[in-house]
Write a new protein. Structure first.
Ligand code: ANZ
Length: 804
């Protein structure tokens, strides 16, 4: 009887002791870097969702080792940041201690699943040896004007006690916890990711990533091409620019709108409108951007009393302020063309502003017409379609120095300060004379000091501000300074951790360039789709910065990306609060890690979200037990190969075996694990039917199956007499010639009725088939006393005998 508890432990010990999964370094071999998104070592431990992606990468890593690659398959911990800190606060513990405990537990759980990580390369983002290089990179960014401090409107979450980045906001709320966000002006460290907008966009085209993720990144970067047009304010020296994607509609502009936050508002508002304008501004302060730009909400706004001059026809148009215009996009001002823009249309309707058609089409008494058509009421643009009119008007604007072509991005610079304790200290000192300096490189890492009170202060300062000894510094000339107390977001370490795995113990540099060249880009990266526009965008940016610094050899870090689906319980995401979490420890105890791994890969396509079935692991265990019984005879407690394993090959299993090798290899490469497993089952069914299984095929099967069920396959491999781990068994190859059927089933009819069948070598001659058909005893019975008049043979199919 196969005992998963004993066997799984045995091999896990063996692998650890023999360092079976140490990263290969044979210079003659090709390299393969297969990466998991590393976990937050939360207090909850692993749930069965984790092993889904981790098993997928493990299968590929194991196959690639067998195929003769040097494989890098590392694991580490995304240990800094809110999740750990919140857990520490809730349980009244030190985050450093909690992190350590959680890591120990996660590692224990991962090992129980039999994953083939090279633990010598384990990293933690909260380890000073690691974050030294996070801080170092920040310093390089500062030196290259890619990190700067600015008083910017930020997303403040009172509940989390910190600012969060735009990327941390989902549906207007914090992604973590779902708390409301308020706009607040705060001094922040910001990373100039916008400088890389075009490269981040262009790079996507070359990547083997799911199209939806690329599209999400494109939308997030949000490149739009249009024009910037300058409007003078009537009877004033002031002017403002608007950004428009439809400069062709300039003749239809019937009013202008400034974002309420615009500095210009105070300057141009006329005395009569002052009170109303101020009241409006106050009222919108607490609204999120999402609420403000929601298409469905009723438009609000007030008139400033001032007018702007439309540069194309000198028409005077009223200047309003309204919250649907955001200060943070474009120029924070728009020209409104209600006839051809839906939001403007609604606004104009509500406030009785003129609606002037400049493109033919639609019925503007009912709604804005946003389609293409012939321009009208537009002087020199009349008769042109939208595209041509855009070109003409931009030329005109440039000729008259009142505007130019302009490209705008939705992407904002990355808010990089967090007012929390559990993160990398930002290595900066603010001096009393106003100077800001970096902590000298040779003093890095700037270690996070131990603190007992880590509660967020609710102010723009992090709890580090209370550690006076740490905060206050004096330079050698007696100048006093204070350390920056904000910390980095947890997206900092995760933006580059995959580089450190390549050279994890390097004390002199982030990683050795030659080693990076050897391994990068990552060949396969698997993780959850929830990281589409945070981690994956930040990591690409961070990597591009390091590329420009000459630190890394590739502009793009992840060549191939795949997102695993969610494992659901009763169609819901598993979560502790819903009480529907399945703990892999329990499943492993009952059925073994191999059964769990196999079940998760067999549930369905890797990218599908599928309901967990409590009976699933039991059914894969049943299959594995069948495999064991078919290949191993352990009845006399002395496990040896079954007597049906033979050295000679009678050819009966040729076709199904070679098909299995082909399908499993291709499916593993394309990450179609469920269909690979089906094929392995087909092979076992076929093998069970025949009396003799060629040893070569049994061993080929073990090698193919080992990535899925490594413990049992190691054990069988040993039973088959191998002294070495199955990890390095040569991956089987298939012979295309054997994929075709070598024998065919021939039907025999007598006078149109089916009377028998027989196997014949494929493409046998008509004569041979006729001879064999006539010789069948059952057929002879029906021919008794009759004379064969005619025999019709359809090659490879049928022999039809006509007799009287
Ligand atoms: C006039 C116009 C006429 C516009 C028309 C559209 C249609 P995307 O594609 O998102 O870049 N806009 C510009 N800045 C804005 C801001 N800060 N807040 C809110 N809206 C703003 O859209 C750009 C368009 O959104 C711009 O083109 C502008 O309205 C508006 F028939 O200008 B348009």
């Amino acid at each position: 009887m196969y005992n998963h508890k004993v066997v799984e432990q045995k091999w896990q010990k063996y692998w650890a002791k023999n360092q079976t999964f140490k990263t290969g370094s044979d210079p003659k071999k090709k390299t393969y870097y297969v990466l998991d998104m590393f976990p937050f070592p939360s207090g909850k431990g692993l749930h069965v969702g984790h092993p889904e992606g981790y098993t997928a990468t493990d299968i590929v890593a194991r196959m690639k080792r067998s195929q003769g690659y040097n494989v890098l398959h590392p694991m580490g911990w995304d240990a800094f940041g809110l999740p750990t800190e919140q857990y520490a606060l809730q349980t009244g513990q030190d985050p450093a201690v909690v992190t350590q405990e959680n890591i120990v537990n996660f590692k224990r759980q991962l090992n129980k699943l039999g994953f083939s990580y090279d633990w010598d390369r384990e990293i933690s983002t909260a380890d000073p040896k690691f974050y030294k290089w996070t801080q170092w990179t920040f310093e390089q960014m500062y030196k290259h004007d890619l990190a700067y401090e600015a008083g910017v409107p930020v997303n403040w979450s009172p509940d989390l006690g910190t600012v969060v980045a735009n990327e941390d906001i989902v549906d207007g709320k914090t992604e973590r916890g779902g708390y409301p966000i308020y706009r607040r002006n705060m001094k922040q460290w910001v990373l100039r990711i916008t400088k890389y907008a075009d490269r981040l966009l262009a790079g996507l085209d070359k990547l083997d990533w799911p199209e939806n993720i690329k599209e999400m990144q494109r939308n997030w970067i949000g490149r739009s091409v249009g024009a910037q047009v300058t409007f003078q304010v009537k009877d004033s020296a002031e002017a403002f620019d608007v950004f428009t994607t439809r400069p062709d509609t300039l003749f239809g502009a019937s009013y202008a709108v400034l974002a309420p936050e615009s500095k210009l508002v105070a300057k141009i508002t006329t005395a009569g409108h002052q009170t109303e304008v101020e009241e409006y501004i106050k009222q919108i302060e607490s609204k999120s951007d999402l609420e403000r730009t929601d298409l469905n909400k009723t438009k609000t706004g007030v008139f400033t009393g001032a007018y702007a001059i439309n540069p194309v026809n000198n028409e005077e148009i009223p200047i309003w302020i309204a919250d649907y215009v955001l200060a943070s996009y474009g120029t924070g001002a728009v020209m409104a063309v209600p006839a051809h823009d839906t939001r403007d249309y609604e606004f104009a309707q509500k406030f009785n502003l003129p609606i002037k058609a400049v493109i033919e089409g639609g019925d503007i008494s009912q709604e804005a017409f946003t389609g293409d058509g012939c321009h009208i009421n537009s002087e020199f643009l009349n008769g042109l379609n939208v595209e041509d009119a855009k070109q003409s008007i931009v030329e005109w604007l440039e000729d008259h120095h009142v505007g130019q072509k302009k490209v705008n991005y939705k992407l904002r610079d990355w808010d990089f300060s967090r007012q929390r304790y559990w993160g990398e200290p930002i290595p900066v000192i603010h001096w009393e004379d106003g100077e800001t300096t970096l902590v000298p490189e040779d003093e890095l890492p700037l270690v996070l000091p131990h603190a007992t009170d880590i509660k967020p202060s609710g102010t723009p300062e992090s709890p580090l501000v209370n550690l006076k000894d740490w905060v206050n510094v004096v330079d050698k000339n007696g100048r006093k300074g204070k350390r920056e107390t904000n910390t980095m977001p947890n997206w900092a370490g995760s933006s580059w951790y995959f580089l450190r795995y390549i050279d994890p113990h390097n004390d002199h540099q982030l990683a050795d360039l030659d080693k990076l060249k050897q391994w990068l880009p990552v060949d396969l990266y698997i993780g959850g789709a929830e990281h589409a526009v945070r981690h994956l965008l930040y990591a690409r940016f961070w990597n591009m910065v390091l590329y420009d610094l000459g630190v890394v050899p590739n502009e793009e870090p992840f060549q191939r990306l795949y997102n695993q689906g969610l494992i659901l319980k009763n169609h819901e995401k598993m979560s502790k609060s819903k009480g529907n979490v399945v703990n892999p420890d329990d499943v492993i105890d009952d059925y073994g890690a191999d059964s769990l791994r196999m079940y998760e890969m067999f549930m369905g396509p890797l990218d599908a979200s599928i309901d967990w079935d409590d009976n699933g692991p039991a059914s894969t265990k049943k299959f594995l037990d069948r495999v064991w019984r078919l290949l191993v005879n352990d009845l006399d407690l002395k496990a040896i190969p079954q007597t049906n394993i033979v050295s000679e090959n009678d050819g009966v299993l040729d076709k199904v075996y070679h098909e299995t090798v082909k399908k499993v290899t291709e499916d593993f490469d394309s990450l179609h694990f469920n269909t690979a497993i089906s094929q392995l089952m087909v092979f076992i069914n076929a093998a069970q039917k025949v009396k003799l299984i060629p040893r070569e095929y049994a061993e080929g099967f073990i090698t193919l199956m080992a990535p899925i069920a490594p413990h049992m396959m190691e054990e069988i491999w040993q039973v088959f007499g191998h002294a070495e781990s199955v990890t390095f068994a040569k991956w089987p190859t298939y012979d295309p010639a054997k994929l075709v059927e070598s024998t065919v089933d021939i039907m025999v009819q007598v006078n149109g009725k089916l009377r028998g069948n027989f196997d014949a070598p494929k493409d046998s001659t008509q004569n041979e088939l006729q001879k064999q058909a006539l010789a069948l005893p059952h057929v002879q019975k029906f021919l008794a006393g009759k004379e064969v008049k005619k025999v019709i043979v359809v090659p490879n199919k049928i022999v039809n005998i006509v007799a009287k």
